[in-house]
Design a protein. Sequence first.
Length: 233
Amino acid sequence: MSEPTWPQKKQETVLELFNLALTERPDDIFIDMVGDTRTFRQVEHEANGLAHGLQARGVKTGDTVCGLTDTSMDSLVIWFAVNKLGAIWVPINSALKGEFLRHQIEDCGAKLMVADSRYVERVQLIAERLKTLEVLYVRGDTPAGGAGALKVSSFETLRNRRTDTPEAEPVKPRDLSLIIYTSGTTGRRKDAASATITSATMRASNPGRPGGSRAIVCGSRFRCFTWVAWAPA
């Protein structure tokens, strides 16, 4: 099989593109989510803190971490945190329940999951049928105890005060960044993977990018984000 070709001379990962803007304009606004804003520097520090917390719990290159959350700043930051470790973020459609939810959690092979408090009961109801998931980290009010072998803990315990970038294997352009499952209109939902080079090809196809380093963020029903980070010229 022939190697794929890319439109730009240098292949850039999501993190490399972000770091270009971080170096040039660290205090510019990166995200504005209905008035909840973060600069490039703030996102970097928050993502590093979560990455250290995830790494301390065994997350490493190639692992998957799944999420059942509403659109939020944490949902974006944890994607960066997971990718900093060379791991893969798997956002799950928050409308799923029962067997549909169980299939996606099991299929992606995640041992750790992040969920908003209002979705915890859905996970607990299928906990006995989850063979790989070990710990559920809850955003918001955390219920006491767990569900069978599944441990439940507060998402806040993942936050670490360290703001330096954690040591991990370098992320390469073809490494996976994200897995999103299809709607399943023709059968069981299938996973669609996205490599870390996606943002670079997007940038190359938009030569008339704006002068500032800014991201456009949209939340979808899958609680994932479509965003564009414009690096300095």
